[in-house]
Design a protein around this ligand. Structure first.
Ligand SMILES: CC(C)(COP(=O)(O)OP(=O)(O)OC[C@H]1O[C@@H](n2cnc3c(N)ncnc32)[C@H](O)[C@@H]1OP(=O)(O)O)[C@@H](O)C(=O)NCCC(=O)NCCS
Length: 176
């Protein structure tokens, strides 16, 4: 195991994940779920995995887009995008279903760069949901979205599945 290289100029790629890469996505989702289990009630199975039951749908249903993130050719995270608001059900919205940067790759601007690239790829109205309890992600999204739109953004609050969420809605006009 080698540590990712430090410093600017790292080559970041957001790559559509093929069906053969589902096991790699599933492994990364385990790390993501473990991070979440620190502030959210997630139960691990007897097999030692949290599991992500809807992952196969990303290769069998339309309007679902799985991506692997690579830094200098090595896995650095994942993104799952799908169509439709989880809160209102509005089908015109894009939803950032999951977004993860590996711990060893954080605080170098990778998350921001990846989010911007994804928003540019999917023009139209966006909804980004953050659990109220996911405190470290709040500043990240506010900064990433404001930098993307060029405007200050303020969340609204929503309750779903017994969870309180901060919701950011904005328009991606980037693909011209
Ligand atoms: C949230 C996450 C995607 C951020 O990725 P990242 O690559 O570290 O983000 P960036 O380096 O682009 O951060 C940009 C800015 O966001 C803010 N930020 C990022 N992580 C932060 C943290 N843990 N605490 C406070 N602010 C944070 C900072 O202002 C940061 O700028 P700075 O490093 O110059 O201070 C990453 O920490 C992660 O994957 N977390 C676990 C999964 C998760 O919560 N995903 C979001 C689900 S809604």
């Amino acid at each position: 195991m080698t540590k990712p290289e430090e410093g600017p100029g790292a080559h970041i790629e957001v790559i559509p994940a093929a069906a053969e890469q589902e096991p790699a996505m599933a492994n990364l989702l385990e790390l993501y779920a473990h991070d979440f289990s620190e502030f959210h009630d997630l139960e691990i199975g007897a097999d030692g995995r949290f599991g992500y039951p809807s992952l196969p749908l990303y290769w069998s249903e339309p309007d679902r887009y799985p991506f692997l993130v690579k830094m200098d050719g090595k896995l650095a995270g994942l993104v799952l995008v799908k169509r439709g608001s989880e809160v209102s059900g509005n089908r015109t919205f894009w939803d950032m279903a999951e977004f993860f940067v590996l711990r060893g790759c954080r605080r170098r601007g990778i998350g921001t760069q990846v989010a911007h690239e994804v928003w540019r790829q999917f023009p139209g109205p966006w909804e980004v949901r953050v659990m109220q309890s996911n405190v470290s992600a709040h500043d990240f999204w506010m900064r990433a979205i404001s930098a993307f739109t060029g405007e200050a953004i303020h969340p609204v609050y929503a309750e779903k599945g017994g969870e309180r969420w901060k919701l950011y809605t904005f328009e991606s006009k980037a693909a011209k």
